[in-house]
Design a protein around this ligand. Structure first.
Ligand code: PGA
Length: 247
């Protein structure tokens, strides 16, 4: 059975001083018998996170990547640059980027492609809004979002990580019930199975108000292979409890 993956998404939080305290506490609290663990940090702190986590078993991730290879794209960070910093994962298509930066399914698919081409694992986020859920469109929305990435990445699709993050559960304290989450994860697994014989290898993470109290129940579901954790990843004891629940 594959190990679960717990990835922290720090979003636009942290400082050199705060990051150091947080990472040292997380490393000190790990037992050596943990699941796969990663922290996706703001780009300016990649080098710091890399240095602090060296030989700790924690991988470093970024929160976005450019769809372009290199060139005149002021402000962008390329996949090759992330690779240069020892980055293992990159989040693509987070709902905050889809919403505030108008990222389309096609753009997210291109970003995933760039990451894979540089040997970085994209954590592809999919998820419905509350209005879409209430309109009964959850399956249709997540399948459309994942289909774009499958279409652009062909046989490499077994190399991605998927994160199901219902938009209405992100940062709101409202978590999908384990049954609601499992239902969508099963849909995503079936879609991956239709695209690759290696779909069982793919980690499908749940994200959206995962915390120390609800993690074990969510992670106990058949197709929930880990978590993408926002708020709770900023507090070492909470993040460690989630890591322990994933063991
Ligand atoms: P949350 O965020 O855990 O704070 O809800 C999850 C995410 O946005 O990845």
């Amino acid at each position: 059975m594959k190990k679960k993956l717990i990835a922290g998404n720090w979003k636009m939080n942290g400082s050199s001083a705060v990051n150091e305290v947080l990472l040292k506490a997380v490393i000190a609290g790990m037992t050596g018998n943990d699941c796969l663990v990663a922290v996706c940090v703001p780009a300016p702190y990649l080098a710091q996170a890399q240095a602090l986590t060296a030989s700790s078993g924690i991988d470093v991730g970024s929160q976005d990547v450019s769809q372009h290879e290199s060139g005149a794209y002021t402000g962008e960070v390329s996949a090759a640059m992330l690779k240069d910093f020892g980055v293992r994962y990159v989040i693509v298509g987070h709902s905050e980027r889809r919403q505030y930066h108008a990222e389309s399914d096609a753009l997210v698919a291109l970003k995933a492609q760039r990451a894979l081409a540089s040997g970085i694992t994209p954590i592809v986020c999919v998820g419905e809004t509350l209005a879409e859920r209430e309109a009964g469109q959850t399956e249709e929305v997540v399948k459309r979002q994942l289909a774009a990435v499958i279409h652009a990445n062909g046989h490499c699709i077994s190399e991605i990580v998927v994160a199901y993050e219902p938009v209405w559960a992100i940062g709101t304290g409202k978590t999908a019930t384990p049954e609601q989450a499992q239902q969508v994860h099963a849909v995503l697994r079936a879609q991956l199975k239709a695209a690759t014989p290696h779909a069982d290898r793919v980690h499908i993470l749940y994200g959206g108000s995962m915390n120390a109290a609800n993690a074990a129940h969510l992670l106990g579901q058949l197709d929930i292979d880990g978590g993408l954790v926002g708020g709770a990843s900023l507090k070492a004891p909470d993040f460690l409890s989630i890591i322990a629940a994933a063991r």
